[in-house]
Design a protein around this ligand. Structure first.
Ligand code: B4P
Length: 191
């Protein structure tokens, strides 16, 4: 069982690397961003409420994303493991994830953090905003707010996982394949 948290600021490359990791290790990709965007596309009540928050660059309430993860863990209970992408993003989410995984006896192997400086993050997100249709990638002020929210609410989780000896920082700059190689080496040493 391989359970990995892929961690990093908006634009650090979590989604990009998660897509490669699920193929190599046969894991289930749990991206709270993708799950929320799917609710938005279907215009569900949850999606309509989430869109307003996401378009301001802020975080959706903890109980909403925790409930989504709980349902997905149950749906894929016989999988080889999970890549958590964009979750947890706050301390209450990390505590909830510990509980959900403890109940299922499936601990986290590692939190792998992709380290990228702010200037590069902004460049990547504005670039994606040009053709992805993601409204949260199209305005500099929204991107800057997402990075601010990340610094204040999400970055402290690095300490939470360091205290459990689960944190590994990896340089997230360079070619996508080189970064993938670094992440794979880390997982292969730990598993
Ligand atoms: P997410 O979908 O998680 O959005 P993100 O933080 O921007 O990360 P993403 O995975 O999309 O981008 P990546 O780093 O792969 O969340 C969106 C919103 O949903 C949040 O702002 C929040 O409102 C809400 N939300 C989601 N989860 C939540 C939670 N748990 N709690 C509360 N709210 C939540 O960046 C990829 C970009 O960089 C791509 O364009 C890619 O092409 C490029 N890139 C990747 N690697 C590269 C490389 N090596 N070199 C150059 N470019 C690269």
């Amino acid at each position: 069982m391989i359970n990995i948290i892929l961690f990093g600021a908006p634009g650090a490359g979590k989604g990009t690397q998660a897509n490669k990791l699920i193929e190599k290790y046969q894991l289930v990709h749990l991206s709270t961003g993708d799950l929320l965007r799917s609710e938005i596309a279907k215009k569900t009540d949850l999606g309509i409420a989430a869109k307003k928050v996401i378009d301001r660059g802020e975080l959706v309430p903890d109980e909403v994303v925790i409930g989504m993860i709980d349902r997905k863990l149950e749906e894929h209970k016989n999988s080889n493991g999970f890549i958590f992408d964009g979750f947890p993003r706050t301390t209450p989410q990390a505590v909830a994830l510990d509980r959900l995984l403890a109940d299922r006896k499936k601990p986290i192997l590692a939190m792998i953090a992709l380290l990228v400086e702010e200037e590069e993050l902004i460049k990547r997100l504005l670039n994606r905003g040009k053709d992805s249709g993601r409204t949260d990638d199209q305005e500099l002020s929204i991107i800057e707010n997402r990075i601010k929210v990340y610094t204040n609410e999400t970055a402290p989780l690095a300490e939470y996982y360091t205290s459990k000896n689960k944190y590994v920082g990896i340089k997230g700059v360079g070619s996508i394949d080189d970064i993938f190689g670094r992440i794979s080496d880390t997982i292969d040493k730990l598993k």
